[in-house]
Design a protein around this ligand. Structure first.
Ligand SMILES: Cc1cc2nc3c(=O)[nH]c(=O)nc-3n(C[C@H](O)[C@H](O)[C@H](O)COP(=O)(O)OP(=O)(O)OC[C@H]3O[C@@H](n4cnc5c(N)ncnc54)[C@H](O)[C@@H]3O)c2cc1C
Ligand SMILES: *[C@@H]1O[C@H](CO)[C@@H](O)[C@H](O)[C@H]1NC(C)=O
Ligand SMILES: *[C@@H]1O[C@H](CO)[C@@H](O)[C@H](O)[C@H]1NC(C)=O
Ligand SMILES: *[C@@H]1O[C@H](CO)[C@@H](O)[C@H](O)[C@H]1NC(C)=O
Ligand SMILES: *[C@@H]1O[C@H](CO)[C@@H](O)[C@H](O)[C@H]1NC(C)=O
Ligand SMILES: *[C@@H]1O[C@H](CO)[C@@H](O)[C@H](O)[C@H]1NC(C)=O
Ligand SMILES: *[C@@H]1O[C@H](CO)[C@@H](O)[C@H](O)[C@H]1NC(C)=O
Ligand SMILES: *[C@@H]1O[C@H](CO)[C@@H](O)[C@H](O)[C@H]1NC(C)=O
Ligand SMILES: *[C@@H]1O[C@H](CO)[C@@H](O)[C@H](O)[C@H]1NC(C)=O
Ligand SMILES: *[C@@H]1O[C@H](CO)[C@@H](O)[C@H](O)[C@H]1NC(C)=O
Ligand SMILES: *[C@@H]1O[C@H](CO)[C@@H](O)[C@H](O)[C@H]1NC(C)=O
Ligand SMILES: *[C@@H]1O[C@H](CO)[C@@H](O)[C@H](O)[C@H]1NC(C)=O
Length: 647
């Protein structure tokens, strides 16, 4: 049986190699599609060639001496090459920002478990499955969240933690190369920015479209009709408010700039960087409690009864770094015997380290439907003109074809409001008190480990302070410049979910993802106030009144918290595709999985570096944060923790 399987795999691998031969030829001999080309031993092995994994690999190979193998489940796309030769494709295309989402081959196929508080609806769990990971498919919004979000991470350790806004700022600067917007557009749209918050050395670019709809500026200005809304000069300043932000875009090529173009393509020129694509890591190889390597199988082998026969085992002289993202990093740890004993036992996996936090603490940004349509929005041109005005849409296509300028250079937009709770709600102090007074444990699964419950309580007490203060953003409305607005985002949900290996088929199936949406009932009150404020902005605001907004959803009949509970159960989407927290950086006694140096508790030679280490969500889309985490991690790995600041 195993011989037949091996033959089948070899045949598949040959076909695969023929398909990817083009890319392999164009790139370098260090990028493999076949495990037989991989060496036996490397200094570092990185599990997952996504946003964080490729950043770390690039930095660790900069010295020309340290050898690194990246093992990536997805393929090395040839798309970027296609675009340069004139074919349109899904990854590089900027317009719409979400083209990658439309291409199912670039994404894992995962549905959440039925959500008890959402009428048993299941939710699509989106994550990139290609070299570049989720940075290849995301909507390109380039934001950071607030300083308070980062100081919160350190606060769970000590007041002198080296995880803080101040200590991360240099890594934000190293992570991205900021190219300011065109001077004419800056002037006509009133774009503000401050380059002192940015760097200009990274090969990952943050750029701007060469066009803005005039309605966007008007929608930003209209927040002046509501007292107390702060306006912020630059998205990188760590302050909440209304601001402009850039796009993950190379402004010269006007293409997506992501971990593949900015890190893989750079590192692939070095002989000490190897990447093997189409390869699924099944487990971390451990000698006792020391990580000594990884084991992987070709994805093309499909579901198999016995992985051992197909496994390639490669050794790591120094470290194994897990960077498989918020959904898959906890799965890889659990398959390796590192996780909650109860879950591992139910899947017949021997527990090496009983680490209760692995796969707990799942958080994501809920998207709430609050749909408004303006009858008299007079700003022209406007995004809907692309659909209704043939003159405008052909001009748009013509300037794009001529020099990649115009409306097609806009991804998902570049302006939004990120507001603290006291600014949007008159009951901030009340909800803060209610959160403090809760029996937090009662909103976690019944069998939750006491350390995980203690960590949840610490998070909720920190959020209670944040709810009553003006330093953390809870509210996000993205401004489109058009005559309709549909989604509003809760940046700090209280409910926590889980990611568990499937006990019935741990190696061959995706993990079970349960957002446990609305399991903390105060989320309903917070989200109700988020919608109420959105109503106020559109309907009860001197600056927007002339636009003649109509509320399409939820509709004026939804007023009380009870009515909102029903509406949210019917319509809430618990994910903005920002899963974090499942390998949380917290003290072990607070249910943490990694320490401040991102080392897995109880295991030597093993770190996690990706979105899963965020103990609490940041008040912004998560990609820029992941790049900064990875840049800092590369320094922790190379140089150890920073020397304590001298008094
Ligand atoms: C549709 C979508 C839209 C988004 N929009 C935005 C946005 O506009 N702005 C923003 O800032 N953020 C956005 N995000 C979020 C952001 O892109 C992610 O938070 C970030 O890219 C995550 O980085 P990561 O390194 O943690 O994981 P990823 O970049 O997902 O990398 C994980 C990698 O590990 C690989 N992998 C997984 N399991 C295995 C295994 N067993 N063996 C080998 N390899 C494995 C995966 O294939 C993947 O390449 C979006 C995400 C999605 C999915
Ligand atoms: C959801 O599923 C559970 C378990 O199958 C069932 O008891 C419950 O009635 C369902 N709820 C709804 C609203 O369908
Ligand atoms: C830009 O700002 C200036 C000064 O505040 C103002 O006069 C002008 O109307 C603004 N332009 C737009 C397009 O809002
Ligand atoms: C890059 O940033 C440095 C430091 O802020 C600045 O001195 C330099 O002029 C910048 N270079 C470019 C090309 O923008
Ligand atoms: C927060 O800002 C709002 C609006 O400016 C103000 O009314 C409120 O008093 C502030 N709250 C705190 C705690 O600073
Ligand atoms: C495991 O570690 C022990 C102790 O360091 C060592 O003696 C042994 O050779 C190792 N085993 C393997 C298979 O590497
Ligand atoms: C799986 O395959 C390995 C290697 O071929 C073999 O040693 C092992 O016995 C097999 N396990 C099972 C359960 O068949
Ligand atoms: C259509 O677009 C053109 C070019 O932008 C503009 O001049 C014209 O006024 C638009 N027509 C309508 C009906 O909006
Ligand atoms: C881009 O092309 C259009 C149409 O040919 C032209 O009007 C415009 O001046 C060009 N812009 C730049 C920046 O080259
Ligand atoms: C806040 O709580 C107090 C005391 O419970 C109550 O009297 C008051 O109405 C509440 N305010 C709001 C805005 O809910
Ligand atoms: C809090 O909730 C937990 C779990 O539901 C329960 O065991 C515990 O007794 C509760 N504590 C208090 C003080 O009510
Ligand atoms: C676990 O082992 C038990 C007993 O050997 C067996 O009945 C069960 O099917 C196994 N489960 C899995 C998921 O392999």
């Amino acid at each position: 049986m195993s011989r037949i399987l091996k033959l089948a795999v070899a045949a598949l691998a040959l076909t695969q190699e023929a398909c990817l031969g083009h890319a392999r030829h164009l790139r370098t001999s260090q990028v493999f599609v076949n495990s037989r080309d991989v060496g036996n031993e490397y200094d570092y092995i990185i599990v997952g060639g996504g946003t964080a994994g490729l950043t770390v690999a690039d930095r660790l190979t900069e010295d020309g001496a340290s050898t690194v193998l990246v093992v990536e489940y997805g393929e090395l796309s040839t798309h970027a090459d296609d675009l340069r030769t004139g074919n349109s494709e899904s990854i590089s295309t900027v317009q719409g920002g979400f083209m990658g989402m439309a291409d199912a081959t670039l994404m894992y196929d995962i549905q959440s478990v039925p959500q008890k508080n959402l009428q048993n609806r299941t939710i699509a769990v989106l994550a990139g499955k290609v070299v570049g990971g989720s940075s290849a498919v995301n909507a390109m919004m380039t934001v950071r969240g607030t300083a308070a979000d980062y100081n919160r991470w350190g606060s769970f350790f000590s007041t002198s933690s080296h995880w803080s806004w101040d200590s991360l700022l240099p890594y934000f600067k190293r992570a991205l190369n900021f190219v300011p917007p065109d001077a004419d557009v800056t002037k006509s749209a009133n774009i503000t920015y401050d380059t002192s918050f940015w760097g200009n050395t990274s090969s990952v670019r943050a750029g701007w479209p060469s066009f803005q709809y005039p309605g966007t500026t008007a929608q930003m200005d209209s927040f002046k009709g509501i007292p107390g809304v702060p306006f912020v000069k630059d998205s990188g300043s760590g302050l909440p408010g209304v601001y402009w932000y850039p796009t993950f875009m190379d402004p010269v090529l006007v293409e997506r700039s992501y971990a593949r173009t900015g890190h893989h393509d750079v590192a692939a020129k070095r002989p000490n960087y190897h990447l093997v694509a189409g390869s699924k890591v099944t487990r971390i190889v451990l000698n006792g409690t020391t990580a000594t390597g990884v084991s992987f199988v070709p994805v093309s082998s499909g579901p198999v009864a016995n992985h051992t026969a197909l496994e390639t085992v490669v050794s790591a002289r120094k470290e194994v770094i897990v960077a498989a993202g918020g959904i898959h990093s906890p799965q890889v740890l659990q398959l390796s015997g590192i996780g909650p004993r109860k879950w591992l036992t139910s899947a017949n996996i021997t527990t090496i380290v009983d680490l209760p936090g692995v796969g707990q603490n799942l958080q994501d940004h809920p998207m709430i439907q609050a749909t408004f349509m303006y009858r008299s929005f007079t700003f022209r041109p406007s995004p809907q003109d692309l659909l209704t005005n043939a003159t405008f849409s052909s001009w748009s296509d013509a300037v794009w074809a001529a020099n990649r300028t115009g409306p097609n250079s806009i991804a998902t937009g570049n302006a939004a409001a990120w507001l603290p709770f006291p600014v949007i709600s008159s009951r901030a102090a009340n909800l803060s008190d209610a959160l403090t007074a809760q029996n937090h444990t009662s909103y976690l699964p019944a069998d939750t480990d006491p350390t995980v419950a203690a960590g949840y309580r610490a998070q909720m007490l920190s959020y209670a302070t944040a709810l009553a203060a003006n330093t953390t953003a809870f509210y996000n409305l993205v401004l489109t410049g058009g005559n309709t607005n549909g989604i509003v985002v809760d940046l700090h949900p209280l409910s926590r979910g889980t990611v568990t290996i499937n006990p019935a088929n741990p190696y061959n199936s995706e993990p079970l993802v349960d957002y446990r949406a609305l399991s903390n009932p105060l989320d309903v009150s917070i989200m109700a106030d988020i919608v109420r404020f959105t109503r106020r902005y559109h309907l009860d605001n001197p600056s927007t009144r002339a636009w003649g907004a109509t509320e399409l959803a939820p509709g004026r009949a939804t007023q009380t918290d009870e009515q909102f509970a029903k509406y949210l159960a019917e319509t809430l989407s618990p994910s903005e595709f920002h899963p974090v927290g499942t390998c949380a950086m917290m003290p072990r006694e607070l249910g943490g999985v990694v320490d401040e140096e991102l080392r897995v508790y109880g295991v030597k030679g093993l770190r996690v570096v990706d979105a899963s280490i965020m103990s609490t969500l940041v008040g912004g889309n998560t990609c820029q944060t992941v790049y900064a985490i990875a840049e800092k991690a590369a320094d922790l790995i190379r140089f150890g923790p920073p020397k304590a600041a001298t008094a």
